[in-house]
Design a protein around this ligand. Structure first.
Ligand code: NAG
Ligand code: NAG
Length: 353
């Protein structure tokens, strides 16, 4: 009898895992075909060959790019090379990427930059906040940008027990930021978490006085950004294909206003400074990202979401490609009709809209 019960339970368990696996393969868009959509003028940026995970453009057209992410389960074309922050000047006719020097005293060899965010103070000093994964841990590094010297000076490392496996951040004032995090930062556990659709990931609010969870229940909370008027926070839930719109409260708490289903794996989000539209870097076929095959690479997709607060937000495709040009897009950022599309481990595309 005991054996029968065990066998039955085992059967139910396996059926459950099987069902979750099938649903995971659907959620990861294993088999979606990607049609090509491209603005008229696009070309790849020279010198950026190992990813451009996150891109932040300053109001003056200087773009910071984090490159060289080593992330469990995702490919890297330069696993031995430390990560870098690149700078691109979008005011130039033919923008080129240049790696920024990092001040001495910072451990450059283990630099593994992920999400980035900037803050500009009253004196126009630019601070760059970088999610870092040295030796597969998570920290937030604060740098000061020295434009003349083409370098960044390391000021501070922020660590906190809740700031583990951080993905992306958005800074609102000095040392006050929202961060998305995954539950686990190991390949095995995060895969289980994804396949079983555990919805364990969340959004944190960090300030020197208090660190707290402000939104929960995401399958995989990924990109995060803030609206132009700073009243709303936008969060991408990559595996559930959703964009969450949350309202900021005085004390840092967030109230969910709406969820927009985008039907694709939404990765990193940015806001068009001219229009307030959201640009989403997406993975049209996520499984190809996890099982990289150069013969059948993951594609790229960028969506624009207009009038996000209205009853009928408008969603359009700005760019899509089957991987023949650009593989594994994570982020798209615009500056006066100039678009940069970044990728997890591949190249960076520049387009004029
Ligand atoms: C991608 O599309 C191009 C044409 O746009 C085509 O030549 C190529 O075979 C496609 N690649 C894959 C892997 O489907
Ligand atoms: C800044 C940011 O959200 N980065 C994410 C972009 O996409 C990759 C791929 O999923 C994520 O791993 C990054 O965390």
């Amino acid at each position: 009898m005991g054996k029968l019960v065990t066998l039955t339970l085992l059967g139910i368990g396996l059926a459950l895992v099987g069902e979750r696996l099938v649903s995971f393969s659907k959620r990861a868009h294993a088999f979606r075909e990607v049609v090509s959509i491209e603005p008229q003028t696009c070309h790849l940026i020279e010198g950026l060959e190992y990813g451009s995970e996150d891109i932040e453009i300053l109001p003056n057209g200087l773009a910071f790019i984090s490159s060289g992410l080593k992330y469990p389960g995702l490919p890297s074309f330069a696993p031995e090379e430390p990560g870098h922050i690149f700078l691109i000047n979008l005011n130039e006719k033919n923008p080129k990427a240049q790696a920024l020097q990092i001040s001495d005293g910072f451990d450059k060899a283990s630099f593994n930059p992920h999400g980035i965010s900037t803050f500009i103070d009253k004196d126009h000093t630019v601070y760059l906040y970088v999610v870092n994964h040295p030796h597969m841990t998570s920290t937030v590094e604060i740098f000061k940008f020295e434009e003349q010297q083409h370098s960044i000076t390391h000021l501070k490392t922020i660590k906190h027990e809740l700031l583990q496996s951080v993905n992306d951040i958005v800074v609102l004032k000095p040392e006050h930021f929202y961060a998305t995090r995954d539950h686990y930062f190991t390949n095995f556990l995060s895969t289980i978490e994804m396949i079983l659709d555990l919805r364990w990931t969340y959004v944190l609010y960090y300030s020197p006085r208090e660190v707290k969870v402000v939104a929960k229940g995401f399958g995989s909370a990924n990109g995060i950004t803030v609206s132009l008027d700073k009243k709303y926070i936008y969060v991408a839930d990559v595996l559930v294909h959703n964009l969450h719109v949350l309202k900021r409260n005085e004390n840092g708490d967030l109230t969910q206003l709406k969820v927009i289903h985008l039907g694709t794996l939404v990765d990193n989000l940015t806001v068009d400074p001219d229009t307030g539209d959201i640009l989403a870097g997406c993975h049209p076929n996520g499984l190809k990202l996890l099982h990289y095959n150069p013969e059948d690479p993951p594609g790229s997709e960028v969506l624009r979401i207009q009038n996000v607060l209205s009853e009928h937000p408008r969603i359009s495709t700005v760019y899509s490609n089957n991987g023949s040009v650009l593989q594994g897009s994570t982020v798209a950022s615009v500056y006066h009709k100039k678009l940069l599309i970044g990728t997890v481990f591949h190249k960076t595309l520049y387009c004029e809209l």
